[in-house]
Design a protein around this ligand. Structure first.
Ligand code: ADP
Length: 732
């Protein structure tokens, strides 16, 4: 090989080596760079890890110090808890799941004073054993083994019932043990010695108070009996004396005796009722009764007084509310009499209106009854409204001072309503009038469909004539509910001017200024119209209306019971359909005297009774004892019996039982009224149980007897004669 070739070869080899070198250098550079980056990343990672380690170290330190603080707090809380547990007077201990004591406070351990064994670690069974063996517990007649077995059994139940134990020193301890989730038991031993002593004292005091209250009730019962019996003589004789010829002065004396006697009786009754309510001795006697009738009877009693004062007494009884309910009619009557009596007493002009509405929720017979008694009387000053329900509280001002009363009526009324689970309230404006209202819930014994009337189809439009707008409103409302269109007039003259043949009936008031109801009826007939006319009158005797009767279809007593109004309207249908039919007579032609038997052993009382009914035109026979009463019942067949209860030999209850026995063969039931001087509760029950239907308390009042006669007159017997002054006597 030539030199040149060699040189060229060498050069090529050198060039190749140089290129390789370059390549390797580039690779080395790249590797260097990569290494540099890696080293940087690594050092960054180290820095961040270091920071993290620092943070964790800090946090660790915080946790450690928090733990320390928490530890201290727990220690303080535990110390305080134990301190408190040690401080309390009652015993406190913990037991573990195996019934070994974990800890107990001083009070717990003090019971076992001197017994070193009772300390943490002791078993509950051993504690029980020590209690009986060392005489720590007073188990009375109990056998120690039995007692321990009983206590052990109790301890083992999941939640042991509290138990009271008595220690040797008469300390009473109530043990309350509670088992925790893990089976631990917390045991509390409460010292209830004071409570037991107090309870014993209370029991003794209560027994004493009950004995005193019984003594008071017995005293009241006796007092009422003792006062009532002579009062029968005083009031009865005064009533009889008033019927004899007397000089004006003597009349005044007699009336004063009678009124004072009756006022005294009202006071005795009020005080008696009030004491009974206070002694929680007053019990309600629920029985079926007719609420509407009850209201109307009270209104009738007050009617003469209201008529004298020229104020109207009105009743607006919800047309679609049942009237038969179960409640204590005597007490409901007492409430109504008091509220209505007050309304009439404190009203000088205008009217007194009783409104009754009610709702029957769902299918339940329980009816919420809402009664309001509104008057246009003297009203009550706003600052006295709350005061009047208090006992012996009356509004004292110049308007009020002239009225009599005990101030107990509303206190009793409120308590009676509360006893019936109801409530009572009053709205009043001084000088304008008052409205007393109460709400009670009573079960109804009939449904709305029993009371809703079906009226004659042709009765479509009525003309209502009354000078008093409230009256017109009530009647119009009632008619409209029944589907009858109405037009109202305030006077007879106005009625005549609007009357045409579109009216199917005229409902007119009797007493109106200018043309009265009878004059209006006469004037209507003179126009040739034969539209049926119903007259509403608050006069209790029909005699004065005899003349106008020929123009009228019916005369209705005002306020009119709903059934009566429905019956009259229904009867009109018959009249319209058969115009030639006879007018409905208001009093049936009866031809025999009513037979009345009165059993009474006391001569004076027989005299009083016979004088009281002397004008009533009845056939009266007396029996002087029970046997005679039974014999007379058989021979005389009375329509009504008045029966004295306490008679020598066979008393009133026995005689009644005998009569009821006899009646089983005839199937006829004669109404029997008990006459009794007992006014306390409980008496009435015995009387009613013996088969008597009603009872009158002595002193008997003429009005009550006459009312009984009227209420129980059988068909075919002459109506007992009721002179207007006897009606007036009813209201006083
Ligand atoms: P009494 O009527 O026997 O005084 P009450 O307890 O029934 O006792 O009534 C207490 C008082 O409440 C009455 O004396 C009277 O001042 C007032 N009062 C009661 N009802 C009415 C009423 N309708 N209008 C005005 N004042 C009345």
């Amino acid at each position: 090989m030539s030199l040149a070739q060699k040189l060229a070869e060498e050069r090529r080899a050198r060039l190749a080596a140089e290129r390789l070198l370059e390549l390797k250098q580039a690779e080395l550079f790249a590797a260097n760079q990569k290494l540099g980056r890696h080293a940087r990343a690594l050092s960054e990672e180290i820095v961040s890890t270091r920071a993290q380690v620092e943070t964790i170290r800090n946090e660790n330190q915080q946790v450690k110090s928090d733990l320390n603080v928490a530890h201290q707090k727990v220690e303080i809380a535990e110390r305080r808890l134990w301190h408190s547990i040690e401080t309390i007077q009652d015993g406190f201990a913990f037991f573990d799941v195996d019934s070994r004591m974990i800890a107990a406070n001083r009070a717990y351990l003090s019971v076992f004073d001197g017994l070193e064994e009772v300390a943490p670690g002791v078993h509950y069974t051993r504690i029980l054993q020590l209690m009986t063996e060392e005489g720590i517990i007073n188990i009375g007649e109990y056998d120690p083994a039995n007692w321990r077995a009983m206590m052990q059994k109790r301890w083992e139940t999941p939640s042991p019932p509290a138990v009271v134990i008595r220690l040797w020193n008469n300390t009473y301890i109530k043990l309350i043990d509670q088992r925790g989730h893990g089976g631990d038991v917390v045991s509390l031993a409460l010292d209830i010695t004071e409570t037991v002593r107090y309870e014993k004292e209370l029991k003794e005091a209560r027994a004493k108070a009950e004995a005193a209250s019984r003594a008071k009730s017995a005293f009241l019962a006796n007092m009422s009996h003792e006062i009532r019996t002579p009062m029968n003589g005083v009031v009865g004789m005064a009533e009889l004396l008033a019927d004899t010829p007397l000089s004006r002065e003597q009349q005044l004396f007699v009336n004063t005796i009678k009124n004072s006697g009756e006022a005294l009786l009202v006071i005795i009754n009020d005080v008696l009722d009030y004491s009974k309510i206070e002694a929680k001795k007053l019990v309600l006697h629920p029985e079926p009764f007719d609420l509407e009738r009850c209201i109307h009877e009270i209104v009738m009693l007050l009617q003469p007084l209201a008529r004298d004062k020229k104020i109207d007494l009105l009743v607006d009884y919800d047309l679609f509310l049942p009237t038969m309910f179960v409640g204590d009619p005597g007490r409901i009557r007492q409430v109504l009499t008091n509220l209505l009596g007050n309304a009439v007493k404190f009203t000088q002009e205008g009217h007194v209106l009783v409104r009754v509405v009610g709702v029957q929720p769902g299918d339940s017979p329980d009816t919420h009854i809402h009664v309001t008694i509104e008057d246009t009387g003297i009203g009550i000053p706003a600052d006295k409204v709350d005061h009047i329900f208090g006992e012996f509280n009356q509004v004292e001002d110049e308007r009020n001072r002239k009225f009599e009363g005990t101030g107990l009526g509303l206190a009793i009324t409120q308590r009676l309503i509360n006893l019936m689970d109801g409530n009572i309230w009053v709205d009043s404006e001084y000088g304008v009038g008052s409205s007393f209202g109460f709400r009670i819930t009573l079960p109804a014994t009939e449904t709305i469909s029993d009371v809703a009337p079906i009226l004659p189809e042709r009765l479509k439009k009525a003309l209502i004539v009354d000078d008093l707008s409230v009256n017109r409103e009530i009647l119009a409302k009632q008619m409209e509910i029944l589907g009858i269109e109405t037009q109202c007039c305030a006077s007879g003259a106005e009625a005549l001017s609007v009357l045409d043949d579109t009216f199917d009936v005229v409902l007119t008031d009797h007493n109106m200024p200018g043309m009265d109801g009878i004059e209006l009826a006469c004037a209507i007939r003179e126009t040739g119209s034969d539209v049926p006319i119903l007259l509403f009158s608050s006069n209790s005797t029909y005699a004065e209306m005899e003349a106008g009767k020929q123009y009228l279809q019916a005369i209705l007593q005002k306020p009119t019971p709903r059934r009566e109004l429905f019956a009259r309207l229904q009867a009109l249908g018959a009249d319209i359909d058969a115009p030639e039919a006879e007018l409905t007579p208001t009093v049936l032609p009866d031809d025999r005297l009513m037979r009345v038997l009165a059993a009474e052993d006391n001569r004076t009382n027989r005299l009083v009774f016979s004088k009281m009914v002397k004008d009533a035109q009845i056939d009266l026979r007396f029996a002087e004892n029970g046997e005679e009463a039974v014999t007379l019942y058989r021979d005389f067949a009375p329509d009504l019996v008045f029966m004295d209860i306490s008679m020598p030999g066979m008393d009133g209850k026995e005689a009644t039982r005998a009569i009821r026995q006899l009646e089983k063969t005839t199937g006829h039931h004669v109404p029997i009224f008990a006459m009794t001087a007992h006014a306390m509760d409980g008496d009435s029950e015995g009387i009613l149980q013996a088969g008597l239907d009603f009872y009158l308390t002595k002193p008997l009042r003429k009005a009550e007897i006459l009312q009984a006669l009227t209420d129980h007159r059988p068909d075919g017997a002459l109506a007992p004669h009721l002179p207007p002054e006897d009606q007036a006597a009813l209201a006083t």
